[in-house]
Each structure stands twice: as structure tokens, then as C-alpha cells.
Design a protein around this ligand. Structure first.
Ligand SMILES: *Cc1c(COP(=O)(O)O)cnc(C)c1O
Length: 337
């Protein structure tokens, strides 16, 4: 039986066609700038998102860190959501490795950072008491929810007026674009730099891309080397990522549809459900029943991440089809019958 794994959209297996694209890729030494497949991927993402240049890197964590280190100097500060991935789930890299101080901001429910809170957090210029506020970082999608398009424009204007650089952790940028019905460039265009994960809903095995100006990407490339992330014949993976961009963007709408279907089905069982704006939803399982649910589903070939509280995150992706989804709904129905 094929597993239905709802723990994350990072669990996808490369499709046969994607593997083939990797096998037949032209490669070279990327540290020398010689890998044609890496170069093609970088040029493609830069062009598609409306930037001068882009850099293919091993992970979203490294991509965000490189952006912060390229925008900020030692002793600078960045404004970031209190629960943002960059702040909370990346090992404190900005502070540890970049000597960049985070200024966390309590996020609104929709993932936006309220402008009045941002305003109050910007430090006075030229006063040596303070770190220099240098950058504003947002995350889109936020727990699977696309940031409102008009908020992006407002936050961008705010950053520009105060001379702040503006970075997007767009790990799931393409989910946001598909859900909003706009080209990814329309979201990316508000920012000075954007990080995109290829290994999440797009289904590539490894990697993220950081896009920005030529100067910014050159700085990021140097920091990548310093962090040990210069790589050689990475073209096989880059070609698989290229394949993902060719074939797996429009289909994200299917993941979103399945998440919405699952949300409706779980609600009809009397469970509290939120999210399902894109491919992520949260179901609240009554106290003490999470472990039992996980076990019952596992017996049906379904994996969920239980064990971190009553609210369980469920993620749809490339390897969850309609038959798999039906099995999940049946599994919940039987357990809660
Ligand atoms: C996954 C993720 C990252 C980091 O990507 P990795 O490749 O796992 O390092 C960054 N931001 C968000 C919002 C993510 O979901």
C-alpha cells in the first residue's frame, strides 16, 4: 500500500520524469560558475520573479540567512514576525552567524506585521544606543495563508519610506500566487529579495533559490561559500528543480482543492478545522486522542504528525491523490465514529 503522508509537503518523491531530467542534465563546476543546469535554473527564477539575478542553494534556511547577511551588516537589526520561520525555526542563524539582531513583532492572525507595531519598533537613526534597523522580513504563505496583496504594497511603501530593505521568505510563494490567481512576479515585485523553496509543494528533492539584484546575489554567493555551501556539479538537482517549475506550479491548485475537501470532511465530523487557504490545514483533535488517532491512521497507511498539542497540521502535496485523500477521510470517520 502506498503511504499517504500528511506531515509535510517536503516528503514528496521525485517523479519518474523528474528523475530522468536529473539523469540527463548537463553539469559543470558551479563554484566556477560552469554548471549550465544551475545557471539555467537561476536565470529562469530570476526572470520569472522579475529580478536581475538568483542563487541556487541547498535549503530555505540557508537562503534566508544569506539574504539577511547580504542586506545587513554586523550590529544591524531586522524586523520579523514573532512566529516567523526565519526568526523561530532557523536556529537563530541571523544572530549566531550574521551578528544581526532580530526585532520580533507580534503577527496579526493573517500573518501580516501591523504597520503601527513596525513603526514603533524602528530605532532612531544616528543614536549609538540602538542597533540600526535595516530590513523588514515577511513570510508568504503564512501557515498556508497567502498574505493580502494590498498589505504587501503597504508594507513595501513602509519599508521604502524608512530606507529598509524588504525580504520575503517565500518558501511557498507559488502556493500563494496560485491561490491569489496572480503571477508569482506580482507578489515578488514588492520585495528587494525573495527566497523560494523548490523542495516543498513543487516536489523537487533539494534546494531553494534566492533572487535579488545582481549586487545582492554576488554578496550572497560569497556568504554561501563562507558558510560551506559552495557546490560543484549540482546541475542534476537543479535540472530536477527546473522540471518542477515546468510541471508542478499550476497543479498546486489540486493540492489546495484537496486541502479544502479534507477540511470540509473533517468539519462534518464535528472537528474544529482552520486554514485550508492553500495546501495546509489544522485540525483540533480532542484532548488525549491524538496518539490514538495517529496509530489508527498508521494502520491504514497514513502518516500525520501528532504529539505536539491538540492542533495537528495536515499538508497536501504531489503524492496525495484523490484515492489517498478518500482513505484519509475514511480513517478519520472510522476513528471518530
Ligand atoms: C521550510 C521553510 C523554510 C526553510 O526551508 P528548509 O529548506 O527546510 O531549510 C523557510 N521558511 C518557511 C516558511 C518554510 O516553510
Amino acid at each position: 500500500m502506498k503511504w499517504v503522508d500528511l506531515r509535510s509537503d517536503t516528503v514528496t518523491q521525485p517523479t519518474p520524469a523528474m528523475r530522468q531530467a536529473g539523469l540527463s542534465a548537463a553539469v559543470g563546476d558551479d563554484v566556477m560558475g560552469d554548471d549550465p543546469s544551475v545557471n539555467a535554473l537561476q536565470d529562469r527564477v530570476a526572470g520569472e520573479l522579475g529580478f536581475q539575478a538568483a542563487l541556487y542553494v541547498p535549503s530555505g534556511t540557508q537562503s534566508n540567512l544569506l539574504a539577511l547577511m547580504a542586506h545587513c551588516e554586523r550590529g544591524d537589526e531586522y524586523l520579523v514576525g514573532m512566529d516567523a520561520h526565519t526568526y523561530k525555526y532557523e536556529g537563530g542563524g541571523a544572530a549566531v552567524l550574521g551578528s544581526i539582531q532580530p526585532q520580533p513583532i507580534v503577527q496579526a492572525e493573517d500573518g501580516s506585521l501591523p504597520l503601527d507595531l513596525l513603526e514603533a519598533a524602528v530605532k532612531p537613526l544616528g543614536d549609538p544606543h540602538f542597533a540600526r534597523t535595516r530590513l523588514l522580513a515577511l513570510e508568504n504563505t503564512w501557515h498556508g495563508r497567502p498574505l493580502p496583496l494590498d498589505y504587501l504594497a503597504q508594507a513595501g511603501a513602509f519599508a521604502r519610506e524608512r530606507g529598509l530593505a524588504f525580504h520575503l521568505d517565500g518558501a511557498r510563494l507559488y502556493n500563494a500566487a496560485v491561490a491569489c490567481g496572480v503571477p508569482a512576479s506580482q507578489i515578488a515585485g514588492h520585495f528587494d529579495s525573495v527566497s523560494v523553496c523548490l523542495s516543498k509543494g513543487l516536489g523537487a528533492p533539494v534546494g531553494s533559490v534566492l533572487a535579488g539584484s545582481r549586487g545582492l546575489v554576488d554578496k550572497a554567493r560569497r556568504w554561501r561559500k563562507v558558510l560551506g555551501g559552495g557546490w560543484r556539479q549540482a546541475g542534476m538537482m537543479a535540472a530536477m528543480a527546473h522540471h518542477a517549475l515546468d510541471h508542478h506550479v499550476a497543479r498546486l491548485a489540486e493540492d489546495h482543492r484537496r486541502a479544502a475537501t479534507l477540511a470540509d470532511a473533517l468539519r462534518s465530523l464535528g472537528l474544529a478545522v482552520d486554514g485550508a487557504f492553500t495546501n495546509i490545514l489544522f485540525v483540533t483533535v480532542p484532548d488525549g486522542r491524538q496518539a490514538g488517532l495517529a496509530k489508527a491512521l498508521e494502520a491504514r497507511g497514513i502518516r500525520i504528525s501528532a504529539g505536539r498539542g491538540a492542533r495537528i497540521r495536515l499538508v497536501t502535496h504531489l503524492d496525495v491523490d484523490d484515492a489517498g485523500l478518500e482513505r484519509v477521510i475514511e480513517g478519520f470517520r472510522e476513528f471518530f465514529a
